[in-house]
Ligand binder design. Structure first.
Ligand SMILES: C[S@@+](CC[C@H](N)C(=O)[O-])C[C@H]1O[C@@H](n2cnc3c(N)ncnc32)[C@H](O)[C@@H]1O
Length: 170
């Protein structure tokens, strides 16, 4: 099947209903198999994570040509706090101090590989940083979006690669 969807931060593919969708290319910068990320105090419960991208790459330097995909998904790390032992950090990663530049560069790369008129879905959890801070960092706001989750902390934003047509010079 033709690859029409690019997920640049697939992680454990939690957001996907079909975690092996044949039209999608799954990317992430890390690869790990069955890492234990949490254990209850009594040792009776455990949580594991597997991150198994089709392609291991950095979203600030994507190995794809310009204008390649009609749909791109960007769900970058959103935690600024939390130690290496926190299960949230182990599952989702953590932002460094340079997060505004990293998100800006990642967003630019997503837009570059998006086809004209293509759609970018940007998922952001406002756990540590408000979505407004992210829109300021990337220099654009989504066309529209929606808050979800029990705490209303997860924001799903929709962007489109709108190319302005040059006016005719006749
Ligand atoms: C919030 S999690 C994504 C969760 C995923 N969407 C899911 O459904 O489970 C963010 C992911 O981005 C990855 N990541 C962090 N920095 C990256 C980078 N520079 N390039 C590619 N992936 C990166 C992390 O390894 C992590 O798996």
């Amino acid at each position: 099947m033709e690859k029409k969807i690019l997920d640049v931060t697939c992680g454990a593919r939690t957001i996907w209903f079909n975690k092996d969708h044949p039209a999608a290319v799954f990317c992430d910068k890390r690869r790990e198999y069955g890492t234990k990320i949490w254990e209850s105090a009594d040792g009776k419960k455990e949580r594991f994570v597997t991150v198994d991208p089709d392609l291991q790459c950095d979203f600030t330097n994507l190995p794809f040509r310009d204008n390649s995909f009609p749909l791109v998904i960007f769900d970058p790390p959103h935690l600024t706090h939390g130690g290496e032992t926190s299960w949230l950090v182990r599952k989702y990663g953590r932002l460094e101090d340079n997060w505004p530049e990293m998100l800006r560069d990642g967003f630019r790369e997503c837009m570059r590989v998006l086809k004209p008129d293509g759609v970018l879905i940007f998922k952001w959890s406002e756990y540590n940083l408000p979505a407004e801070a992210v829109w300021a960092a990337i220099g654009q706001k989504p066309l529209f979006g929606h808050r979800s989750g029990k705490q209303q902390q997860t924001f799903w934003g929709c962007f489109m690669k709108i190319i302005e047509e040059e006016p005719c010079s006749t």
